[in-house]
Design a protein. Structure first.
Length: 315
């Protein structure tokens, strides 16, 4: 393990970036956020955090932002245009190489297979990894599966709180190693600090492999009331997401909502769940004790339907 580092974070303002900022600062690293707006953290608990302007379509700007940094830790938004995702990856990798960044820690935010799946967002992640690997900059790729924090988002939490229903586009038999975003951050911070990891892909997950019904059992205990699992079809999930964001339940073929559902169509169709994680290889490289779903759920407010993971003033 190495001394504290200068670390710049891409994707700092998102719900995956916030626990990463907390974990990096708690570990003593000097953290800078790369963001489009210099006032991105005004009136939040990160108001004192240094922010430098960087945009994914501006390679020179990112190179300037990355200069002098020991590590780049990043989350990226899902991009359903593979060519666009690949271009982002190429610019990030080139900028990091030009700036002399010591290591890139990239959280893929989803399961990534060792071959293309014909799923644009997934395959775009593979392209991003390829550009980083080709750059020669040392890297650690953190491959995750499904986040517990999805349960406190606006598309899940109101139904849990108001109806006692955990609805998710997972088949009743689909097993998932659910993990929380705070643990993702812990894995990433461990990767930043471990100089022995230079060209590593690490699959991470939570400590339990659970079906939807088993998740609902744990939510029932944490919420103090019955919660049942409702297996949604991926198409129904896509329609719900479209309604929440656009106001229309209609899902056009190849739209962002259809492509989101493609992930779960593929997951549900596999004879063995690709979302099951054997933690032993990860623990050998990143010695993090992940949080159980019940431990995590007991820290959440199940009396309010409000999404308590968003960046708001004072948090």
């Amino acid at each position: 393990m190495s001394a504290n580092k200068k670390v710049i974070v891409l994707g700092a303002t998102g719900d995956q970036g916030l626990p990463l900022l907390d974990r990096l600062r708690a570990a003593g690293h000097a953290v800078t956020a790369a963001a489009r707006r210099p006032d991105a953290f005004r009136d939040t608990r990160f108001a004192d955090l240094p922010v430098t302007k960087a945009e994914l379509d501006d390679e020179d700007g990112m190179a300037r932002a990355f200069e002098g940094q020991d590590a780049l830790a990043m989350h990226l938004p899902f991009e359903f245009d593979r060519a666009r995702a690949s271009a982002f990856g190429a610019r990030i990798a080139n900028a990091a190489k030009l700036a002399g960044v010591g290591k890139i820690v990239f959280h893929t935010s989803c399961f990534v297979a060792d071959h293309d799946l014909g799923l644009s967002a997934h395959d775009g992640r593979r392209d991003i990894e390829g550009h980083i690997e080709a750059s020669g900059v040392p890297f650690v790729f953190i491959h995750s599966v499904v986040f517990m924090d999805n349960m406190i988002r606006v598309w899940s939490k109101p139904a849990i709180v108001e109806k006692g229903v955990f609805a998710y586009p997972a088949a009743e038999t689909l097993k998932i190693s659910w993990l929380c975003l705070d643990d993702v951050a812990a894995y990433m911070v461990s990767a930043v600090g471990n100089d022995d990891l230079k060209a590593d892909r690490v699959l991470v997950g939570g400590p339990e492999v659970l079906t939807g019904a088993e998740v609902a059992e744990r939510l029932s205990i944490a919420a103090g009331k019955p919660v049942r699992f409702e297996s949604m079809t991926p198409d129904a999930y896509a329609s719900k997401m479209s309604l929440l964001v656009s106001g229309s339940p209609d899902v056009a073929p190849h739209s962002i909502y259809d492509r989101m559902a493609q992930f779960y169509r593929w997951y549900n169709a596999q004879p063995v769940s690709p979302l099951i994680v054997d933690l032993a290889p990860a623990l050998a490289k990143l010695p993090i004790r992940p949080t159980s779903l019940l431990e995590w759920a007991k820290t959440k407010d199940w009396t309010s339907p409000v999404d308590d993971g968003a960046l708001r003033p004072g948090i």
